[in-house]
Design a protein around this ligand. Sequence first.
Ligand code: PLP
Length: 295
Amino acid sequence: MSRIAYVNGQYVPYAQAGVHVEDRGFQFADGVYEVVAVKDGGFVDLEGHLVRLERSLDELRIDRPMSRAALSVVLAETVRRNRVRNGSVYLQITRGEARREFPFPTDTAPTFVAIARHLDWAKGAANAAKGVAAITHPDIRWGRCDIKTVGLLPAALAKQAAKEAGAYEAWLVDDEGFVTEGSSSNAWIVTKDNVLVTRKPTHEILSGITRSAVLELAKQEGLKVEFRPFSVAEAQAAKEAFVSSATSFVIPVVSLDGKLIGNGGPGVVVAKLRSLYEAHAATHSTDWQAPFLGP
Ligand code: PLP
């Protein structure tokens, strides 16, 4: 079956799906994106992703191409046309195409593209069952990581370093030696007293939609959460650690830079959080209260 992409109002075959060479996403990384999981035919946390998308657009003063409801229809149609029941949908909105000048163009409509792809959730489940390795990598990103922009080169460099080290994720480390987040996930640890620790959603991290859902589930479970930075040494000495993201859900991190965390296998707190999140994902709930997405 041939794949179909949505490009500026049309559903087109992949081979014909393209944007202009003077698109500002291409020239300036002047655009934002979202990735929404599709599980058993339904979106996971769609509302949250669309709320964050609008925030990212507003922060960069990029026009919204359409209403939230219309956007949901485009995403659903992209998923339907590609017959994706389990996978993800990626959408990107840029400031549009314009003659290459640094200041914003005044008369340009945003570019909006969406693609859907299949994903084997069994692989994630296998990773969750045995846990994954992470490495640390300097956080060389810009000062507005709370905006989900397509400026992902530092993340790509970090992820490549992880891949070359045989690790699943790179945990980014700030100038003071504290972990900010993963290259494409939020980073968490569990202390000896079963307290969850994750960084406050400041400009230094992306406030993950999965993170928000996990926080809510943890609260319902009666788990204590501390919002503060943690060092690499604290993470290595933690009882458990994990990452959260739309396409990985909750995955235990069992080693950091080769040092085993806890007993070197998935722990009970993270296993519980993953099963709670899986149950939450299966509901395809659209009931979503906007948490703090950034200052
Ligand atoms: N942090 C970064 C830098 C990311 O790129 C991502 C996801 O791509 C996340 C965190 C997790 O966010 P979400 O749970 O909304 O997928």
